[in-house]
Design a protein around this ligand. Structure first.
Ligand SMILES: Cc1cc2nc3c(=O)[nH]c(=O)nc-3n(C[C@H](O)[C@H](O)[C@H](O)COP(=O)(O)O)c2cc1C
Length: 364
């Protein structure tokens, strides 16, 4: 079987900690804060360290270690105002957002920030959240049908002079929205892993974000999506989540991982485990995000330990480049102590990745 080798330099994104409790459901010390002051400095450090993107999260209610949650679009705008080059990807949840509001909001932010805003369309996994805010809870397939219509409408409103659409969820008749966002249009990311998520990516998304996984699991997803994208005459790029624990020695890094898991909050992880059954395992094929995640995987919200970016800077750089070799375009990274570790990653890991990429090019 062929693999899809990508030659462009890998891109890097970090998870914005705009939700409290960090990126692991554990009582281990986390020198990370969800407030704006911390995040402003983090964004500045990250763009200096070589990160091209930051991803904000959307959650509407507390749950599983996340008591406070800043809203994604307004938080993204704040970070864009504090940075020069960084692109910030704002999460949008169809349901609470409709395409009209989203298209308008993002077009304005594009003008305010020299076009550095992007969006991540998320389809929903947290049923309790929908219940709390009185949003109807659709089944898995319908959530993706709605997300796909959402993406088609967003792009249509942005691209067309007068947009018309007759869908199951959204309708437009000669809708004229001005100003349009700056060109190139904001990039449209999407999160998921299930059959429905992959098929949507192969039809409409610019980028597909998926949970952490081992190399073989990622390779299979990439092949699956890219073959379908070719059939659909569509171009999509792939981003993978990974939780980085980079330390001087492998033993030190593994020790941190063990401590995170040993101090995991079993009740919160258990609650999360039961809630995420609404995601991938609720899809007809029973795959997708968290469908095969054990207790230890779920301590990191998006299976980031599975990607195994845990070790010395050299080991991590090699594993990142191996992901590139199976067709990954972007690494979405989480850390325990964000500010200090983003800086360390930029200093110790990124130059090694670039050196390996150079060696690879030289051999071709
Ligand atoms: C990288 C990434 C980021 C995500 N961010 C959010 C988010 O901010 N808010 C949210 O409700 N869901 C988020 N999700 C959840 C997805 O949109 C989707 O609902 C979930 O992954 C289930 O997908 P599946 O059923 O296709 O496996 C994210 C998923 C991924 C992979």
């Amino acid at each position: 079987m062929t693999t899809l080798v990508k030659k462009a330099p890998l891109k890097f994104a970090y998870w914005v900690p705009n939700v409290s409790g960090g990126l692991v459901i554990s009582d281990i010390e986390q020198r990370t804060s969800w407030d704006f002051d911390y995040n402003r400095k983090l964004a500045q450090l990250a763009e200096h360290a070589g990160f091209e993107y930051a991803l904000t999260q959307i959650r509407f209610t507390a749950g599983y270690g996340a008591d406070n949650q800043h809203e994604s679009v307004s938080f993204s705008q704040g970070l864009l105002g504090a940075t020069q080059k960084l692109k910030v990807i704002a999460a949008l949840l169809p349901g609470p957002w409709n395409p009209t509001l989203a298209a308008k909001q993002i077009a304005t932010i594009s003008h305010l920030t020299a076009g550095r805003i992007a969006v991540n369309i998320v389809s929903g996994w947290f049923r309790g959240e929908f219940k709390a805010i009185g949003e109807p809870w659709l089944d898995h397939e319908e959530r993706y049908l709605r997300s796909e219509e959402f993406i088609r409408c967003l792009r249509g409103i942005w691209q067309e002079d007068a947009f018309s659409f007759n869908g199951d969820f959204y309708r437009y008749r000669d809708y004229v929205m001005k100003p349009k966002p700056l060109q190139p249009l904001p990039e449209i990311f999407q999160g998921g892993s299930s059959r429905a998520a992959r098929d949507m990516a192969a039809r409409v998304s610019d980028w597909y974000f998926t949970n952490g996984n081992d190399l073989e699991g990622i390779r299979q997803q990439v092949l699956d999506i890219q073959q379908k994208a070719v059939d659909n005459d569509h171009k999509v790029r792939i981003g993978v989540n990974g939780f980085v624990i980079a330390r001087e020695t492998e033993e030190q890094a593994q020790q941190v991982l063990h401590e995170i898991i040993a101090k995991a909050n079993p009740q919160a992880v258990g609650g999360f485990a039961s809630e995420v059954k609404n995601a991938g395992s609720a899809s007809p094929e029973g795959e997708g995000n968290w469908a095969k995640s054990g207790f230890e995987d779920l301590v990191q919200y998006n299976d980031g330990f599975k990607t195994n970016l845990i070790g010395t800077p050299q080991q991590i750089a090699e594993r990142i480049v191996a992901l590139k070799q199976v067709g990954v375009d972007l690494l979405l990274l989480g850390f325990l102590h964000f500010q200090e570790e983003v800086e360390y990653f930029g200093r110790e890991v990124l130059p090694r990745v670039r050196e390996l990429e150079r060696q690879e090019q030289a051999h071709d």
